[in-house]
Ligand binder design. Structure first.
Ligand SMILES: Nc1ncnc2c1ncn2[C@@H]1O[C@H](COP(=O)(O)OP(=O)(O)O)[C@@H](O)[C@H]1O
Ligand SMILES: NC(=O)OP(=O)(O)O
Length: 311
């Protein structure tokens, strides 16, 4: 089976950990164990988040006295693809000796007039208390918003339209190369009035890009791996109820938070509605069971649809 996996932030950083390189590399070394098992049996394409890392590099660039202006976000997303791509490449090569692995810098097309440019929603970087966040916003011209109990910087997050390097990725898959791509949702680009690719200041949601890429690559399964076992109704309340199997129709009747489960549910619905194939959301260490339909939240076109693993 062809499986596109979108790897959540906790594979790199657990809650409360400092974003040091060695911490993230060690976390990834453990995280790739379950991916390596999948890669032995399936055609795997891997994408990953970059929200915390974009924030670290953007702040570093903002505070660099040698720069006339901070590096733009498209450049910083490319930096995170290189950095996280390198960590993942090495972890996977060490877990799968002899296997060819590639980590690509890839771009994702967005619309230049996407309304998201006027309304930043994507959380990046560290969490602050309200006073500190507002001070940084004044100092650096950031927009900050509340994220649960904390405050964080937000940046525009336009809708992904297409991964520019889709054909190249397809060729790598055909050659049995385990490919890491579209990291951090991809470097956001538009086509300018001369028809040329040009970077824009944004961070695209990796799950939404994952869904677009999974469709373009004709993946059988689109799997989003995070730190909760299943999507839940009434999450975080005494009425919490985990969802084992559902459909886009049922999911669209519920509400999920914009900064976390919302984009995952939307990405799952879009993939299933467009392709008629299976999407899933669950824990990284249960990836194998999720593919068998024994863990995670499985999303299929209808309630009686056969699981991908039984086809
Ligand atoms: N209805 C829900 N069901 C399950 N988890 C939810 C729900 N609503 C919000 N969440 C939160 O969403 C988080 C996963 O989203 P996020 O942290 O953005 O993922 P990642 O960084 O792993 O891609 C979970 O850790 C959980 O706290
Ligand atoms: N780009 C992106 O969606 O990153 P996170 O998943 O880390 O927020």
């Amino acid at each position: 089976m062809r499986v596109l996996v979108a790897l959540g932030g906790n594979a790199l950083l657990r809650r409360g950990e400092r974003p040091d390189a060695d911490t993230q590399q060690e976390n990834l070394r453990l995280s790739v164990t379950s991916l390596a098992k999948l890669a032995e049996r399936h055609e795997l394409i891997i994408t990953h988040g970059n929200g915390p890392q974009v924030g670290v590099l953007a702040l570093e660039s903002t505070q660099d006295p040698n720069l006339t202006r901070p590096y733009p976000l498209d450049t910083i997303v490319a930096e995170t693809q290189g950095m996280i791509g390198y960590w993942m490449l090495q972890a996977l090569q060490n877990a799968l000796p002899g296997r060819q692995v590639a980590a690509l810098v890839t771009q994702t097309l967005v619309s230049a007039v996407d309304p998201a440019f006027e309304d930043p929603t994507k959380f990046v970087g560290e969490v602050y208390d309200q006073d500190e966040a507002e001070k940084l916003a004044r100092e650096y011209g950031w927009t900050v918003k509340q994220d649960g109990r904390h405050w964080r910087r937000v940046v525009p997050s336009p809708a992904p339209q297409r991964v520019v390097e889709t054909r190249l990725i397809r060729r790598l898959i055909r050659d049995d190369i385990l490919t890491i791509c579209a990291g951090g949702g991809g470097v956001p680009v538009i086509r300018n009035d001369k028809g040329q690719l040009q970077g824009v200041e944004a961070v695209i949601d990796k799950d939404l890009t994952g869904s677009v890429l999974a469709e373009a690559l004709e993946a059988d399964v689109f799997m989003m791996l995070t730190d909760v076992p299943r999507v839940a109704r009434h999450f975080g309340t005494p009425r919490q109820e985990e969802i084992a199997h559902t459909t886009p129709y049922q999911l669209r009747a519920e509400e999920f938070p914009a900064g976390s489960m919302g984009p995952k549910v939307e990405a799952a619905c879009r993939f299933v509605e467009t392709t008629g194939d299976m999407a899933a959301i669950g824990r990284l260490d249960e990836a194998g069971q999720i593919l068998e339909g024994e863990a995670g939240t499985i999303v299929t076109p209808n309630a009686t649809w056969p699981l991908a693993s039984t086809l």
